[in-house]
Ligand binder design. Structure first.
Ligand code: UDP
Ligand code: MN
Length: 237
């Protein structure tokens, strides 16, 4: 039987939230044996998010954990408090399956799920549309990950994006955590797993194919209502 995939999505309120989650939800509805964990960056779970979750008909968990007040501005660690809450829920409730961190604005090919479902410890694969190089990918030689192609190595042992790996739940012990350090969330998380380079299972045809993209939606600009009213007055009577 198929292993369950736990798809962890941090999310926060903004005009683009409902369309992003609707699109992602409609992708996940095509996937067998998937449990969607939405981790709300809010003091309480939002109704509009819950409505989307319910309408998918998928097994789900909706938890909330707002970011600490200090993390605002532009370069703050995004989605950490809520991903941590998801990790703690998983530790308490789930023994087996595969964990994947899929942000609310990413784009996923259904093939990704077939790739990650049998992850033994940690699997990795390329992420498209990211950074200055346009791609972040493990470099594979003779079937083994030997290095990483990423435009921001940043003194990281594992310079990968959050969407570029999956983890077997067996390894999500109490030692596993994610730090509030912008840019180092993935690396520190993988280090806390005790991951070694030789443990990594390369997927997606030895990391030569892209099944997930780090897409970004252009920020919605508030409509200028004053302008519209003026235009309305200009209409011929
Ligand atoms: N996020 C969040 N709280 C925030 C900002 C972002 O929970 O204050 C979530 C967001 O919904 C997404 C993930 O964290 O699922 C990564 O954020 P974003 O897509 O803005 O960052 P980027 O993809 O540019 O790293
Ligand atoms: Mn994003």
């Amino acid at each position: 039987d198929l292993k369950m995939i736990y798809y962890v999505t941090p999310t926060y309120p903004r005009p683009e939230q409902v369309p992003e989650l609707t699109r992602l939800g409609h992708t996940l509805m095509h996937v067998p044996r998937i449990h969607w964990i939405i981790a709300d960056d809010q003091p309480i779970c939002s109704d509009q998010v819950l409505i989307i979750l319910r309408r998918t008909g998928l097994p789900y968990t909706h938890i909330s954990s707002p970011k600490p007040y200090v993390y605002r501005g532009s370069n703050f660690p995004r989605g950490v408090a809520n991903r941590r809450a998801a990790l703690s829920w998983l530790r308490d409730n789930v023994q087996e399956g595969v964990l994947y961190f899929g942000d609310d604005d990413n784009t996923v090919d259904l093939q990704l799920f077939e790739e990650i479902r049998n992850t033994k410890k940690v699997s990795m694969f390329p992420v498209g549309l990211i950074g200055d190089y346009g791609i972040s990918a493990p470099i594979v030689k003779d079937g083994k990950v030997v290095a990483f192609f990423d435009s921001w190595p940043g003194s990281r042992k594992f310079p990968v994006d959050m969407a570029g790996f999956a983890v077997n739940m067996k390894y999500i012990t109490s030692a596993v955590t994610m730090p509030f350090i912008a840019g180092h969330e993935e690396d520190r998380f993988l280090l806390s797993l005790g991951l070694k380079l030789e443990d990594i299972e390369p997927l997606a045809d030895n990391c030569s194919r892209v099944f997930v993209w780090h897409t970004k939606t252009v920020k919605f600009k508030k409509p200028n209502l004053k302008m519209n009213i003026k235009k309305l007055h200009e209409l011929p009577k």
